[in-house]
Design a protein around this ligand. Structure first.
Ligand SMILES: Nc1nc2c(ncn2[C@@H]2O[C@H](COP(=O)(O)OP(=O)(O)OP(=O)(O)O)[C@@H](O)[C@H]2O)c(=O)[nH]1
Ligand SMILES: [Mg+2]
Length: 371
């Protein structure tokens, strides 16, 4: 049965490739893209009771403050890298598909424990089930950061293929969710509105698309004039989309010229390393830290100095005093009176703050509770 879907996907992809993109085909192309998204969705939801959904022992439980997934072709040096930035050894060899399951390691940095997941290499077709590809890409979906490991000696071949594989399971790299409000209703028909007229998406296109999805009642509010039909499809499938930061990591820079290293290093969201020669690894860990947007907070008791060796680490998406309370004790916020904050987030030092105050990196926080 899964074969049937893969064939349908291929047919649509071929049709999309041979269809001229112009005004006359606009709606047809939009609907084909929607159909493709629906089939891919089906492919990722294995039939109930089937055992092919997850590999035995493939899922590793999350631990630490954040998870980074190493995604790349076979033999680019993912396991070598894991061995250099964590204390975990994962088998390394010169042949492809050395790593056959996911191997977690821990990178300790700035007081944070960052889980690094070494994964099997993936190739074109991974998302459709080639090799262990499907498990790898679905594991990538659980990551806070994708570290795409690429071979500096083959800089053009791999990246686009990997991006497409991740895209097709609903991962969106270095992208914000589209600014479209979409809500399915029970009655009232489709209501379409916008803040500014969208440039690449018409009301008619949205109506056609929703009809094809058999959605007859919904509110659609376009808040960004640059959204496309792909964005609209993503919003319809919002439950199955993951917006994840990606850092592109070119390994084996020892094997290319200095000019090439320089060229690669200037590309956006890119670091260049050599795992075996241990070059660029400090820069890499700094970039991982920055991309995960983590903050260090030093908590202190009244009348005492904070322990600067033991920061409390939070993600910048969870950066309120309330979040800090939660990391200390789950009961803390119920007993909370106020906090004193020193540092970049304080208007004056110390500032007296409530639970909603947003803290900054390396702030010192003293929490006062009801006794
Ligand atoms: N020249 C060079 N070779 C490297 C570097 N890092 C790894 N290698 C070599 O590349 C080969 C593959 O390394 P692995 O770490 O096993 O690669 P992998 O990405 O984990 O491969 P799979 O598990 O098969 O997906 C080995 O022969 C390594 O010695 C590097 O920085 N420079
Ligand atoms: Mg490996």
């Amino acid at each position: 049965m899964a074969i049937g879907i893969t064939e349908k996907i291929t047919q649509i992809q071929e049709e999309l490739a041979r269809t001229q993109k112009n005004k006359a085909t606009e709606y047809h192309v939009g609907l084909l893209k929607g159909k493709l998204a629906r089939y891919r969705q089906q492919l990722l939801e294995p039939a109930p009771g089937s055992s092919t959904s997850k590999g035995e022992g493939f899922e590793v439980s999350k631990s630490g403050h954040a998870r980074v997934a190493l995604i790349g072709f076979p033999s680019v040096g993912k396991s070598s890298l894991l061995g250099k930035i964590t204390n975990t050894k994962s088998e390394i060899a010169a042949y492809a598909f050395t790593t056959l399951t996911s191997v977690p390691g821990v990178l300790e940095y700035n007081g944070a424990e960052i889980q690094i997941l070494d994964l099997p290499g993936i190739i074109q077709g991974a998302s459709e089930g080639k090799g262990r590809g499907r498990q790898v890409v679905s594991t990538a979906k659980t990551a806070d950061l994708v570290l795409m490991v690429l071979d500096a000696t083959k800089p053009e071949e791999q990246r686009a293929i990997l991006e497409r594989e991740l895209e097709s399971v609903g991962i969106r790299l270095n992208k914000e969710p589209p600014n479209i409000y979409f809500k399915i209703k029970k009655t009232g028909g489709v209501k379409f509105s916008y803040t500014n007229p969208p440039k690449y998406l018409s009301e008619k296109m949205v109506m056609h698309l929703l009809k094809d999805y058999k959605i007859h009642n919904a509110d659609v509010l376009i808040r960004d004039e640059n959204v496309t039909v792909e964005d609209m499809i993503d919003v319809i499938h919002a439950d199955h989309r993951s917006y994840i930061k990606c850092l592109y990591c070119y390994n084996k820079c020892d094997a290319v010229s200095l000019e090439e290293v320089d060229r690669l290093a200037h590309m956006p969201d890119t670091v260049v390393i050599s795992a075996s020669m241990e070059l660029g690894l400090d820069d890499l860990t700094e970039r991982i830290w920055a991309d995960l947007a983590m903050l260090r907070i030093y908590t202190k008791r009244k009348g005492e100095l904070p322990d600067f060796a033991e920061p409390t680490v939070v993600r910048s998406t969870h950066n309120t005093i309330e979040d800090v309370c939660d990391t200390i004790h789950r009961d803390m916020k119920n007993k909370f009176k106020y906090a004193l904050v020193w540092g970049v987030s304080a208007k004056h030092s110390p500032q007296k703050c409530g639970l909603s105050h947003k803290i900054g990196d390396e702030d010192v926080v003293c929490i006062f509770t009801k006794t």
